[in-house]
Design a protein. Structure first.
Lengths: 386, 386
């Protein structure tokens, strides 16, 4: 499953998580299915109604608790296969929360009022059961320990993000070269899904094809609207390779082969502003800059051009095993970027009900400056689309 | 999005949920993205790191809180479009939990120590924030109110489940008729995904192709193993139409065109036992029977034939907007089935490391008896596979 991540990486990650947990007097981390679990032991667990939970005490061995049905899948996870964690399973009529509560680190922590940190995406159904079983503990989020660790990517992870970005670049190039006019957004989205996989992703993850007035809605999906000549298309797409995501946005303008149907001066002005703002944000993403500083670089350029109210979202989000994770480039984030952070830079300008535009790249923060993983041209892609 | 569900249904569902909430002295339901939200107002929200929450007070208007980016998508949801709930949005730098806490029903509930019920899949990150902001409330799960309601499907919902089941039947037929021997499980799974959609699903949801010894692992996915002649394949697949799922399992046996490579007596005995057990479970799924009684019907037949230890999971699970939901056919579930319940009947027999088999249908519990939505032949599909 995670062939590119060396097995010893998981032991190192657990050790670092445990060392921080011990420092902060955390009893244990309780990690359900999701990116934290995959990052810690390489197990891509299904989010089931049956409890799967990795219990990581501040000291000693970690234990992965799985329903019996999942034992074969869990054994194949790198961290289990290589003996980094113990595996224990429960039967259909067992109480898995009781099993968790009796594990080393958990019961003792609850007894002395210590902290139990649950993974951020753990379902409320499980959290309430754990709280009811161990009312003496103080509950917090595992991200307090894990998110700074996960936000610093190692070379293997950056390699996967780079491969994903390149596959996304090729997908954009193919869509720009193909027919657009007269097709529905949904039909183009179908092609995007197929091409994301054909170009090397394990799976397609999302496919926004927002044409004409839909381009003014940042999280539009792909509707039955037929794409016309002489209007913008915001294409925001991504897939995953071994869990690591791509996420690219380009704005296209199909003319239908009629040069007279190109973008007007107002749209060119809007797009020129956006292009400068996006480039400036990427360039500002250096070690030591805070998330809000990078956001402000893009935001001030857009505001100076008179589009301040039309940039209605943050400048970017971290990316890794989750499509959106730390660090966020947003007002209020005063944490300085460090080498190994990977994130999007994606300002947008949206004129409600009329049109919009967005440009997005994935950027790695290196000690010698920002490394932009995407290489597809960022300028407005004025294409024939027929 | 949910064209088959009449708009007035959402107002009725909210009203029923509120009426139960009022009876039980619940202050409000706090419903995040997922099946509960879709069932209540027809909104298929993305599970984002930004808070989306439907706040349903025991009396008065419900309010959907969304990040500004999602306003356009939220407006298109049936319950919002038809004015069943109010919509309010928050900006990137706002505190959405504070917004929720100040809504009618929530603040007052927290003040007088009343119950706030959160959706079962709400992320722990949001639940802990709500608990910290409103420490005076007593927290429980929204399923306490919603799961009995959601478990009784109306005719529109059964219609969608039936369409999905029929699309799944056709997919199974196509796979049985095609080449299997010499292909990898993953390659067959790719075909399954494509056919599930081609046969009428909006999307493919899962695709277990478990051949040879892999058939002994109930939740095997689809690996790079090459399928051989003369071995079983457990095919467990499903997709969704307007959110409602199909879920069918059939067991295939490709001979490679060589009659001598058919199943041996031991496997035929195992499969005959399974077929009788599955049919008996479906027949036992009548109004008034409990989940554990239906489970016991299948289990006792399998145990009598000497395979008791090889049936390592429950007999079935409810299905609707979630692939697994109430009612569960499992030991310990003493709740009687009612008309409108929809669930799988899917016993399996697994000889670890060697081989296994499973048969699964979706069944609707009607006042005049069980209605089996799947019609694909249940017997062992001995096919040439070349």
């Amino acid at each position: 499953m995670s062939r590119s991540i060396a097995p010893e990486r998981y032991a190192q990650r657990l050790e670092r998580a445990q060392s921080i947990a011990a420092e902060r007097e955390v009893g244990a981390l309780l990690v359900g299915p999701g990116a934290d679990l995959r990052w810690l032991i390489g197990y891509e667990a299904m989010p089931l109604e049956r409890l799967t939970m990795l219990v990581v005490p501040a000291t000693g061995r970690a234990t992965l608790v799985v329903p019996r049905l999942e034992v074969a899948a869990a054994r194949a996870a790198s961290g289990v296969e290589h003996g980094v964690v113990d595996l224990t399973s429960w039967e259909e009529t067992d109480d898995p929360v009781d099993l968790v509560a009796r594990l080393e680190g958990v019961a003792t922590a609850a007894g002395r009022g210590a902290k139990l940190l649950v993974s951020d995406r753990l379902a409320a159904a499980f959290l309430l059961l754990v709280q009811a079983r161990l009312p003496g503990a103080v509950y917090g989020l595992a991200s307090a320990v894990l998110s700074d660790l996960r936000a610093v990517k190692d070379e293997e992870e950056i390699g996967l993000l780079r491969r994903a970005a390149q596959a996304a670049d090729r997908t954009v190039a193919a869509i720009c070269a193909g027919r657009l006019v007269g097709r529905t957004e949904a039909d183009v989205a179908r092609e995007v899904r197929e091409r994301l996989v054909a170009e090397g992703h394990d799976e397609a993850a999302f496919w926004i094809v927002a044409s004409g007035p839909n381009s003014a809605s940042p999280h539009h999906g792909a509707s039955d609207r037929v794409i016309g000549a002489g209007e913008p298309i915001v294409l925001d797409i991504g897939g995953r390779i071994e869990g690591y995501g791509s996420d690219i946005t380009r704005t296209l303008w199909p003319t239908g082969g009629d040069a007279a149907r190109g973008p007007d001066v107002e749209y060119r002005t809007l797009f020129g502003t956006l292009e400068r703002a996006q480039a400036a944000a990427s360039a500002a993403a250096v070690v030591g800059a805070t998330g809000e500083e990078v956001d402000a670089v893009a935001r001030s350029l857009i505001a100076e051009a008179g589009f301040g109210n039309a940039f209605i979202h943050r400048t970017g989000h971290g990316i890794g095993l989750e499509g959106h994770e730390e660090p966020y480039l947003v007002s209020g984030n005063q944490q300085p970027l460090v080498a190994g952070n990977c994130f999007s830079t994606e300002p947008g300008i949206y004129l409600e009900g009329r049109c919009g535009a967005r440009i997005e790249d994935i950027v790695v923060c290196h000690s010698d400056g920002p490394d932009i993983l995407n290489a597809a041209p960022r300028s407005l892609a004025v294409v024939s689309g027929v």
